[in-house]
Design a protein around this ligand. Structure first.
Ligand SMILES: Nc1ncnc2c1ncn2[C@@H]1O[C@H](COP(=O)(O)OP(=O)(O)OP(=O)(O)O)[C@@H](O)[C@H]1O
Ligand SMILES: [Mg+2]
Length: 497
């Protein structure tokens, strides 16, 4: 061996060592383990949201970074991982598969199948956390997202690209409102994503079954992180699902996403924050809880024509206790949404379902997106109904002789009956418009309220068959007197008069 060769060998040895040194920085050691969270020492180079790999092959992702340590949440069962064992960087940010192949599937937040079918064959991925579209990439919310629920479409219309919170106490029909909205997209072409966060699997299965049997499963994606899923998965679920939705949004499609629910997501965030010893703030939530949900819901948007004109409409769901809308998480969510549908235990118990409280609910942008013809017939509805509810309260205290009052009470009873809807019975927008036109004209005042469900059922075929309604069927953007008269004719024949 010549002197040159020996020098080369030494150099090779040093290069190999240098590589080894760099590789060492890419692994760390578990300092402590608690409830799906690992405290890891070392791993200096790791980034926020980066995937790390434990000795068993289980994955986690980085949630907090400190100077000499980090916290990673497990995305797989932590079995076999122990304090003292090593953790490796992956160099990849938590990301999800995206593409058409997700449609019709039930998946976990990382896109792994939960429906016993093979993994969806996606060729693209997107990071789970992505920045919201900038103002110049957006357009005004101008088209309605029809829910098929008269109380929503007539009084609190939701626009494509809007964020409308569904909030109320336990078991007041919150999920049902969102599921009805999903089922109503069977004919609209809107892609739906239902995200279950911390729900019981039995409840999730009921939602999937409802969509499978009444909606269009092949246009729907279920992203499920049930109550027993690793906290990291529950935390990631809404972000990951939003990236799946954005892939379609950015291709010019319209997407509806339901987060069921963000109260449980907030609890997961708090659980992780307390375990990772972040300073607790109000109600023990960490200080960034507002920002967490704000940056999630900001991703709902109506895109400008230059960006494809697609939209992402968000229906986050939140639970309140004892009617307390002004609790911490509810007020946060209300302030980062464009309105809220408040469900009421009282109405629900009185069988007024969907139990949407007219006084507390609001849609701050949907009115601009409401169909012109709907606006023309729904104008007085809210006021008339509110007055009826008030009169009903007072009428308990004594007889009501006044004939005018009786008429208004009769009208109010019909409104209540129109606003009530069983589950899975969406009303097409023209049916809703015909019903409200008939109500305004007084056609329903003489009808027995018990006959109104039959009227709702009789209208659609008559509307579909009426040649004079062709223009309205194409786009209910306005209602002239002649068309209104045709609608009233149709309503009369549906009533059998
Ligand atoms: N419009 C409706 N008509 C009749 N029954 C309804 C209606 N909406 C909901 N329900 C019934 O009320 C029950 C509760 O509904 P749902 O699960 O939607 O409420 P929730 O507020 O989401 O409950 P939770 O707080 O448990 O999530 C269900 O059994 C459902 O079938
Ligand atoms: Mg629910």
């Amino acid at each position: 061996m010549s002197g040159d060769d020996a020098g080369l060998e030494r150099l090779r040895g040093r290069i190999a060592e240098a590589r080894l040194g760099a590789a060492l920085e890419e692994t760390g050691t578990i300092l402590a383990l608690a409830d799906g969270l690992a405290e890891v020492g070392g791993l200096q180079g790791a980034e926020l949201n980066e995937i790390v790999i434990f000795v068993t092959g289980a994955r986690g992702f980085v949630l907090t970074l400190e100077e000499d340590r980090l916290h990673a949440a497990f995305l797989d069962p932590p079995d076999g991982v122990e304090a003292g064992s090593s953790v490796a960087r992956s160099g990849h940010i938590a990301s999800v598969p995206v593409g058409e192949a997700l449609l019709g599937r039930v998946l976990d937040p990382l896109g792994r199948p939960l429906d016993e079918a093979p993994a969806p064959g996606c060729t693209e991925t997107l990071p789970a956390e992505r920045p919201a579209p900038a103002i110049i990439e957006r357009d005004f919310v101008s088209e309605p997202l029809e829910t098929g629920l008269l109380v929503v479409d007539a009084l609190f219309a939701v626009g494509r690209g809007q964020r409308e919170l569904i909030i109320g106490e336990r078991q007041t029909g919150k999920t049902s409102i969102a599921v009805d909205a999903i089922i109503n997209q069977a004919t609209s072409g809107v892609i739906c994503i239902y995200v279950a966060i911390g729900q019981r699997m039995s409840a999730v299965r009921r939602v999937i079954e409802a969509v499978r049997s009444r909606g269009r499963m092949e246009r729907t994606i279920f992203v499920v992180a049930e109550a027993t899923a690793a906290p990291g998965l529950r935390w990631l679920a809404p972000f990951a699902a939003t990236s799946m939705a954005e892939w379609f949004r950015d291709k010019g499609q319209h997407v509806l996403i339901v987060y069921d629910d963000l109260t449980k997501h907030a609890e997961t965030h708090r659980e992780i924050a307390l375990l990772s010893r972040q300073p607790p703030g109000r109600e023990a939530y960490p200080g960034d809880i507002f920002y967490l949900h704000a940056r999630l819901l900001e991703r709902a948007a109506r895109m400008s024509a230059a960006r494809g004109g697609g939209s992402l409409t968000a229906l986050p769901i939140a639970e309140i206790e004892a009617g307390n809308l002004s609790a911490y998480i509810p007020t946060n969510l209300i302030s980062i949404s464009d309105g809220q549908l408040v469900t009421s235990q009282g109405l629900f118990a009185a069988n007024q379902r969907p139990a949407v409280d007219i006084g507390l609910s609001v849609s701050r942008v949907g009115g601009k997106a409401q169909w012109g013809a709907m606006k023309a017939v729904a104008g007085r509805l809210r006021l008339d109904y509110a007055q009826y509810l008030e009169m009903k309260m007072f009428s308990r205290f004594g007889g009501m002789g006044d004939a005018a009052l009786k008429t208004r009470m009769a009208r109010g009873e019909r409104i209540a009956e129109l606003l009530a809807q069983p589950r899975f019975a969406p009303l097409a927008v023209l049916t809703q418009i015909a019903l409200l036109a008939a109500l305004n004209e007084g056609l329903l005042d003489a009808a027995d309220p018990a006959r109104l469900p039959a009227l709702k059922a009789a209208l659609p075929p008559l509307i579909a068959a009426e040649p004079r309604l062709a223009a309205l069927r194409a786009a209910p953007s306005a209602l002239d007197d002649a068309t209104r008269a045709v609608l009233l004719d149709v309503a009369r024949s549906a009533l059998g008069r």
